[in-house]
Design a protein. Sequence first.
Length: 189
Amino acid sequence: MAGTVLNGEGVVAMMLGEATLWVSTIVFLVCAMALHNNQPMNHANNAVGWREWVSLPELGIEWLKVKVDTGARTSAIHAFEVEEFFDNGVKMVRFSVHPLQKRVDIVQTCIAPVVDERMVSDSGGHREKRYVIETLVRLGEHEWPIEITLTNRDTMLFRMLLGRTALADRFVVQSESSYLFGKPELLNG
């Protein structure tokens, strides 16, 4: 700014402009480094990747890889050997789950009350009647109740879909990221 005379307000405005530019640059670089390392920028913003590891503690499932699917209204889990029964007048369902992909030798048997039975359309437009259960899901330090439908996902890559109703008002999806809440230690390495 050669040849220009600045009064006190002009100098302050110029200094604030440069400070704002520096702060903006630093924020941009920190965010870029976090994304580059596939790490969450800040868990306070509750971002999730397109796939995550969750626990279903009430069902006894310690780890389950899920696909975060905003196209699915309700969450769905691969269930087999599904059996309805009544316990003191309450409709219950017993089912089995293979919690780890490609490990059909590991089976977890689960029991839960049936909260509903619904007609659900899959991504191919096929409709089927499914049992609906409610259970806690744990993602990192977050834990909350969700509804899950029971279905045969044997031919699907993921044992569970975490649908948009389970995510609503809790998380935003970073579709370019995976495992923002980490992986189970037993599976690392």
